[in-house]
Design a protein around this ligand. Structure first.
Ligand code: KFV
Ligand code: CO
Length: 149
C-alpha cells in the first residue's frame, strides 16, 4: 500500500511506523564517541542511560525529530558486543516509532516475518521495544519503538 508523505493515514494506522525514532551506531567507547560526535557535528546527548536488559549503555543525540543512538556494550557476550567483535564499529539498527507495538508485532507475525522479540521488552526511557531479525529484510536489524505516552 502506498501512503502519500507522512500524512494522517500513516499516523492513524496502529501498525505502521510514523517516524524514524533513532538510527543506532555501535561504538567501543561511549565517552570517546560522544566527544567525537560533538567535535564533528556540534551535537550533544539529550539522554544517557544504561539499559541492563539489552546489555548496553546508550546516548541519545537529538537530530530534528529523530535521534542518533550511540551504543556501547556492557559486556562482550551481548548483542552489541558480538556485533563489534564481528563487524567493528558501525551502523547497528534503525528504530521505527509505532503507535501500537502489540498491533505492529501481530501484523508482522501474520506476515510470517522473523522476529527476534515476539513480545515487547523494555528499552530506553521506559519505551516498549521489539526487534525484527536482520534476515527479514535486506540484512538490516529493525527495532520497533512504542514511546511512553
Ligand atoms: N545488523 C545486521 N546484521 C546483523 C546484526 C545487525 N545489527 N547483528 C547480527 N547480524 C547478522 C550477523 O552478521 C549474522 O549474519 C546473523 O545476523 C546472526 O548473527 O550472515 P550471517 O553471518 O549469518 P550472530 O549470530 O553473529 O549474532 P547474535 O547477536 O547471536 O544474533 C543476532 C541478533 C540480531 C538476533 C541479536 O543481535 C539480537 O538479538 N539483537 C536484538 C537486540 C539488540 O540488538 N539489542 C541492542 C540494542 S538495545 C537498544 O537499541 C535500546 C535499548 N533502545 O532503547 O533503543
Ligand atoms: Co535502539
Amino acid at each position: 500500500m502506498m501512503v502519500d508523505g507522512a500524512g494522517p493515514a500513516c499516523i492513524l494506522s496502529r501498525m505502521f511506523a510514523y517516524n524514524i525514532d533513532h538510527v543506532a551506531i555501535a561504538v567501543e567507547d561511549l565517552d570517546t564517541a560522544i566527544a567525537e560526535y560533538e567535535r564533528l557535528y556540534g551535537a550533544v546527548p539529550v539522554r544517557r542511560e544504561v539499559v541492563t536488559g539489552q546489555g548496553v549503555e546508550e546516548a541519545m543525540i537529538a537530530v530534528g525529530g529523530s535521534h542518533v543512538q550511540l551504543l556501547q556494550p556492557l559486556r562482550p557476550d551481548t548483542a552489541v558486543g558480538r556485533f563489534l567483535a564481528k563487524h567493528g564499529e558501525g551502523m547497528h539498527h534503525i528504530a521505527l516509532a509505532v503507535a501500537d507495538i502489540d498491533a505492529a508485532i501481530e501484523h508482522l507475525r501474520r506476515e510470517g516475518v522473523r522476529l527476534v522479540d515476539p513480545e515487547p521488552r523494555t528499552g530506553g526511557n521506559g519505551s516498549r521495544i521489539a526487534f525484527v531479525h536482520p534476515k527479514a529484510f535486506a540484512g538490516t536489524l529493525v527495532e520497533l519503538v512504542e514511546l511512553p505516552s
